[in-house]
Design a protein around this ligand. Sequence first.
Ligand SMILES: Cc1ncc(COP(=O)(O)O)c(C=O)c1O
Length: 399
Amino acid sequence: MSRPLLDLAARFGTPLYVYDLATVRARARALLAAVTWRPFQPLFAIKANPVPAVAQAIVAEGFGVDAVSPGEVALALRLGVDSAKVLYTENNMTDAEQTAALAQNVLVNCGSLDRLQRLAQAGATRAAVRFNPDIGAGAHEKICTAGPLTKFGVHYSLVDQVRAVERGSALKVVGCHMHIGSGFLDADAFVRACGVLLSVARQLPNLEFIDFGGGLGIPYKPDDGPIDLARVGAEVSRLMAEFCAAYGRPLELRLEPGRFLVAESGTLLTTVTSVKTNPGPDGRTFAGCDSGFNHLVRPTMYGAYHRIANLSRPDAAPQKVDVVGNICESGDIFARDRMLPAPQPGDVLAIGDAGAYGSAMASTYNTRPLPAEVVLDGDLVRLARRRQTVDELLSAWEW
Ligand SMILES: Cc1ncc(COP(=O)(O)O)c(C=O)c1O
């Protein structure tokens, strides 16, 4: 892969995001095969990677879309996803956003009781509720989205109040949802939280689906093993079978992974612009690049580990370096103390597993444009997004 990546860097320039659709399709199919319960409707948490060609490849495998904003709803509908397969998991939505979602015929997944009430008052007849099962998981505190510290969802013990809204209105709660966090490799907490969610679901008589959310992790670090997908699939299928037998009718199972589907498909290519070593016995060597946390914020924000390869000089003697970016912040670090084939200015580095929450979280901080993005589909190379220009950036301002 390193030769084609170097060719892409030469052709499109760096920084450049590259996504391989073969990997995306393989992950989507692996998930479909692991879950035996039917009906099963997987959704793609499109926030992880909204590149249309990437999302399209997943939708073509039968996935719907988990959206969290009006923009993501618009993106899903523009991709041709049937509105019945779009779930809008709201998080402090405005009343105007609620009105728009109802007009688009998209199911709103309420994260608070007051939103559920306002939906009922607006005449909505169907909604889902995101519950907080009080069990969180995730690779970092900032991506743990359940438990006592989180803003998300209706606490599971408040299901009576959800029922009260149902009883007092024409609104039926048709979906029972959780999403407990992102990037877990050990599914124990997830399986326990599924049990809590099902204890809530038992008390909701009008359900059409149970949605256990996303969060499946990928092995970013060399010592990480992959998540036991077969176990996750078997556990959720078993839980659904037991639950539905008691509930009296089969419900649809939903899962909504993001990272698992796209992370490993993506690479951020960046060029080394400067290498320097501080004096003294503890002097660090810095390999500075033409990208930064404006393009991949995960290491800075979550202390996340990403594999890095020196594509230009794979056989050079290894050297311990800090791989840093071109943003004016000390936290602009892709990796500390990383052993890499000694980088030189002009070398192209490949930052791996960057397909989820990479470009999706990019910003224009330091008035630096967004990078270009390309998609590989077999032998086909498609430009997914042109490199933004400084002129485009500046033209957004009133002068
Ligand atoms: C509601 C919801 N569902 C699914 C996901 C996907 O999470 P992941 O990418 O870890 O699978 C997220 C991510 O934050 C989310 O907020």
